[in-house]
Design a protein. Structure first.
Length: 152
């Protein structure tokens, strides 16, 4: 199957987990050829965004509503395990865990093959365009709900 050049891959799902392949380019590295630490945050952002895109709840859908909504990261816990290098093929694995009011918790890992390179727990909040917390739109809750961690 050939990739549509107008629609780059948004990855795929394995169970509740979204998988997004990422290639390390020269621009991602520092002078040593290792991925610059801040770029892991960018890879994680791509994983969260493409998760939403793949379930039909992308950012443009949220912004084009009569009551626009967006997300802001309120906290990120990030652990670096091993460095990624130029030309590495990485896999960003993203799991949306919970929605509570305006708050969202997401767990993410970056792998090179079987090697865990970085892991993060991301706390985000749904906001209106004035930056105030708000409950997420029902369409977002409906589309994300099947992917959330089951409650006991």
């Amino acid at each position: 199957m050939q990739q549509d050049p107008k629609a780059p891959s948004a990855g795929w799902f394995e169970g509740r987990e979204h998988c997004l392949p990422v290639r390390v380019y020269y621009e991602d590295t520092d002078f040593t050829g290792l991925v610059y630490h801040a770029n892991y945050v960018r890879y994680f952002e791509r994983g969260r965004s493409d998760f939403l895109r793949l379930i039909g709840a992308d950012h443009s859908l949220l912004l084009d509503r009569p009551d626009p909504a967006a997300f802001v990261v309120t906290r990120i816990e990030l652990d670096y395990r091993r460095p990624a290098r130029i030309d590495d093929a990485l896999l960003v694995r993203t799991t949306y865990d919970s929605f509570r009011g305006a708050k969202l918790t997401v767990r993410q890992n970056i792998f090179r093959g079987e090697d865990l390179l970085a892991q993060a727990v991301v706390h985000a909040a749904c906001i209106d365009l004035a930056g105030r917390p708000r409950r997420p739109p029902p369409v977002l809750v409906e589309r994300v709900k099947p992917w959330l961690e089951p409650t006991p």
